[in-house]
Design a protein around this ligand. Structure first.
Ligand code: S3P
Length: 169
């Protein structure tokens, strides 16, 4: 898998709770290439948390910052990059990813995503009356865009190593 990647990055896309960071770390270690998480990098450069950024600047500005950060992270491959759930939904960010990387959609069902996201209170988009319904709406709206990824792996409710080995395979 490392040879097949060449200089390209492996970019993990999918909804919040799909396991992009957890699985990305395992995959990167197995392939012997660096791992980077776009949300962590955004927080590092802005010195603000994702909820603070949404609160202070709103989603459109967050998307611009996300696009710039991801554009820069994509420059020096190969890497495994996990992206925030909305990154691949943004046309410009998606085009940048598709230009020099292999994209992989970690596709999980609603209940699996929900079980994972409720463990942490760090998703500004889910601050709604009915967050599970919001998550489902995002799932439906984003489905056709995630489907543009080069590869798709089901992120089932099994050990992350199992999913990581499916990604590598
Ligand atoms: C978002 C997902 C989050 C984060 C932000 C917006 C989204 O990342 O970038 O809260 O639009 O789906 P995770 O997918 O890592 O939770």
């Amino acid at each position: 898998a490392r040879m097949a990647l060449g200089k390209r990055n492996l970019v993990l896309v999918g909804l919040m709770g799909a396991g992009k960071s957890a699985i990305g770390k395992i995959v990167a270690a197995d392939l012997g290439i660096p791992f980077v998480d776009s949300d962590h990098e955004i927080e590092r450069v802005s010195r603000m948390t994702i909820p603070e950024l949404f609160q202070a600047y709103g989603e459109p500005e967050f998307r611009q910052l996300e696009k710039r950060v991801i554009g820069r992270l994509l420059e020096s491959g190969p890497r495994v990059l996990s992206t925030g759930g909305g990154a691949f939904v943004n046309a410009e960010t998606r085009d940048a990813i598709k230009a020099n990387s292999l994209s992989l959609w970690l596709d999980a069902d609603l209940d699996t995503l929900w079980e994972r996201v409720i463990k942490r209170d760090n998703r500004p988009l889910l601050k709604t009356e009915n967050p599970k319904k919001t998550l489902e709406d995002l799932m439906i709206a984003r489905y056709p865009l995630y489907a543009e990824a080069d590869l798709r792996v089901k992120s089932r409710d099994v050990k992350k190593d199992v999913i990581a080995s499916e990604v590598i395979a």
